[in-house]
Design a protein around this ligand. Structure first.
Ligand code: FAD
Length: 353
């Protein structure tokens, strides 16, 4: 019998496991044998505080992720605005090698005594009134007193319990990873009539490009073919300038591409008796915020603190998550309303309502 079972060894689940390991027996379960190639690589400077609390900062620094100097954005105007981290008290952020980062977190959990089980997909869970009886597709039977759903947007435990997800929009991200030998070291954001582009340098001379739009506002070929995605990028002046600095092989050697859900969603119930949901399982943010991983880490720390100090974890945690969601919605809506150049296009109209 474990004190805590965590479903999902992404950023949220692994950080929660590392934070709980000194005081609880923990089992961490993931359906993937190793972290997949995922989009989402900007980690804000404040993450340094969490690494320090977990005694992970030194090991993290040795991973040679790229320092992030800031973001150049074309939002609300064709003129570039630069938000840099120079005056940030926490220092620079990072552009991560996401797979390497997740592997680092999984290995750190393992080294701190967490029982790690993968690949193993949660398929059923029974509440015996005293503990959770968990079954996976690899025939593991696991018992735990407390259960954490860190299974990302799929929120697998909450779904098995019949808890609904609310969504505020239908944003998707069509993305590709290219090779990039330039010295262009800033992230870039640029609004267009049907959505917005994002690009950032990655370690090992790579670069991600992503187009955020509504699923009904984009041709299906853009979702499948990086060549079509790049041709669409070339209709955006800021992206054209970026591509002008890349050589031809960067474009022909595009390494990977995919389509990801990028809409804002939340569980209608984020905690209950002897369980809680974390990270994207609880709240998933629009990538405009660049805060998904940080929120995953911070909500893991909040939950672990409450598990160690609170007499009513569920009530206090729900209250904290509700506050985060309300603040997030205000910021997101304010930011989208700053772009007024295409008021009549469906993408922007939906966000200005
Ligand atoms: C286009 C885009 C760009 C983004 N850019 C950024 C960015 O720049 N910066 C940032 O901070 N965030 C960004 N994000 C968000 C960020 O990627 C997520 O917020 C983050 O991945 C959430 O981490 P998580 O651990 O909660 O969930 P996930 O990363 O989704 O991890 C969930 C884990 O649960 C496992 N799992 C799922 N179901 C089961 C099951 N049934 N049984 C066992 N295991 C299961 C999965 O295999 C996975 O490992 C972006 C998101 C998108 C869509």
């Amino acid at each position: 019998m474990f004190d805590v079972a965590i479903i999902g060894a992404g950023v949220a689940g692994s950080v929660a496991a590392i934070a709980l390991a000194p005081t609880h027996s923990v089992v961490l379960i993931d359906k993937q044998a190793e972290p997949p190639q995922r989009i989402g690589e900007c980690l804000p400077p404040a993450a340094r505080r969490i690494f320090r609390r977990l005694d992970l900062l030194e090991a993290f620094n040795q991973q040679s992720h790229l320092p992030s100097q800031g973001m150049q954005s074309y939002w609300g105007s064709e003129h570039a605005q630069i938000v840099d981290h120079i005056r940030n008290p926490d220092g620079f952020g990072w552009h991560l090698d996401r797979q390497k980062f997740e592997l680092f977190l999984r290995e750190s959990a393992h080294q701190r005594g967490v029982e790690c089980i993968w690949p193993a997909k949660l398929v059923s869970v029974q509440d015996t009134d005293e503990y959770w009886d968990i079954t996976t597709d690899s025939a593991h039977r696991i018992q735990a007193k407390f259960l954490i759903d860190a299974g990302g947007r799929q929120s697998p435990f909450a779904r098995l319990r019949g808890i609904q997800r609310e969504q505020t929009d239908k944003l998707i991200a069509c993305w590709a990873i290219l090779s990039d030998n330039t010295q262009h070291r800033m992230g870039m954001l640029s609004a267009t009539k049907t959505g917005w582009w994002y690009s950032a340098p990655l370690p090992d001379n790579k670069r991600v490009i992503a187009f955020q739009t509504d699923s009904d506002q984009v041709d299906s070929e853009v979702k499948k073919d990086p060549g079509v995605l790049i041709r669409l990028a070339l209709t955006c002046p800021a992206m054209t300038r970026l591509f002008a600095s890349l050589d031809d092989t960067s474009i022909s050697d595009s390494i990977h591409c995919g389509v990801s859900a990028a809409n804002s969603t939340r569980l209608t119930q984020v905690a209950g008796h002897r369980w809680a949901a974390l990270g994207d399982a609880a709240l998933s943010f629009d990538p405009l915020s660049s805060q998904g991983m940080f929120n995953a880490m911070a909500s893991a720390m909040q939950l672990v603190d409450l598990m160690q100090t609170s007499k009513d974890v569920s009530r206090e945690y729900k209250h904290q998550i509700e506050n985060i969601w309300q603040r997030y919605l205000i910021h997101k809506n304010t930011f989208y309303r700053q772009e007024n150049r295409w008021k009549d296009s469906p993408f922007w109209k939906r966000r200005h309502q």
